[in-house]
Design a protein around this ligand. Structure first.
Ligand code: IGP
Length: 261
């Protein structure tokens, strides 16, 4: 079983909800990365989604976009991030999932990317602009390196497509809970829960729900239908404001006992 799947399942088996914070690598400079990862590890995160800044981030909402611009202003590249991860890897037991658009991977070169990611002990990769139908070009180099290619699924896709994506996804499947861009939200649409339950019932890998998760109540509600949550904008904002303890109530909600799914 993959490291990612194992990390998520062990939380679920312990009666918890898996919790994956997203951070933008290089926001605050890559020198801050080790400290950020250690904080999340010590706070009980299940894994970390590590964003790579990109000049044309089509799916990113304003908070993630601003973080990407700050990171780019530090000159952060995909190669720098992988090298920085390799340098701290021995202190980090959390599985890391690199989230990047496809273009930076192409610029670096597919094989170089896979090799550097392997050396950095990256557990998984998410590429939001690489649809399932085109993903073989990347999975072909990641699979030999033992790295999961996590697929994103939009809940409003036809049922048959949702099922196909879940079956192709490795590590976990990323359920996008709302149409549109990333960002914090007050409440989640009611039909989201029905869609999530349907996805959960056909998915061979754990289901992680992301987009708009920003209060403990969201975590509790989602934990009734899926294996865990991904939280981006709220975490990025808290780290940027220097108020990282603001994340702790969300982590606490994930750790408190949940209903069986
Ligand atoms: O910020 P939110 O609404 O909490 O959603 C997570 C999201 O930011 C993170 O997973 C992400 C960042 N960039 C993306 C691009 C596509 C899909 C997902 C993402």
């Amino acid at each position: 079983m993959s490291r990612l799947t194992k990390a998520i399942q062990s939380r679920v088996e312990a009666g918890e909800t898996a919790f994956i914070p997203y951070i933008m690598a290089g926001d605050g400079g890559l020198d801050a990365l080790k400290d950020q990862l250690l904080f999340l590890q010590e706070s009980g995160a299940t894994a970390v989604e590590l964003g790579i800044p990109f000049s044309d981030p089509v799916a990113d909402g304003p908070v993630i976009q601003a973080a990407g611009l700050r990171s780019l202003a530090h000159g952060t590249t995909l190669r720098d991030v992988l090298e920085a991860v390799k340098a701290v890897e021995s202190d980090i037991t959390l599985p890391l999932v690199v989230m990047t658009y496809f273009n930076p991977i192409l610029q670096l070169g597919l094989d170089t990317f896979a090799n550097l990611a392997k050396e950095a002990r990256v557990a998984g990769v998410i590429v939001p602009d690489l649809p399932l139908e085109e993903s073989e070009i990347l999975s072909g180099v990641l699979e030999p390196a033992g790295i999961d290619l996590v697929q994103l699924v939009s809940l409003t896709s036809p049922r048959e497509r949702v099922e196909r994506i879940a079956k192709a996804s490795q590590g976990f499947v990323y359920a996008v809970t709302v149409n549109g861009i990333t960002g914090t939200r007050q409440s989640l649409p009611e039909e989201t829960f029905k869609h999530l339950a349907a996805l959960k019932s056909v998915s061979p890998v754990p289901v992680m729900a992301g987009f708009g998760v920003s209060i403990p109540e969201h975590v509790q509600q989602l934990s009734e239908v899926v294996d865990g949550v991904i939280v981006g904008s709220f975490v990025v904002d808290a780290l940027h404001r220097g108020d990282r303890d603001a994340i702790l109530p969300l982590l606490d909600a994930a750790r408190s006992v949940r209903a069986e799914v």
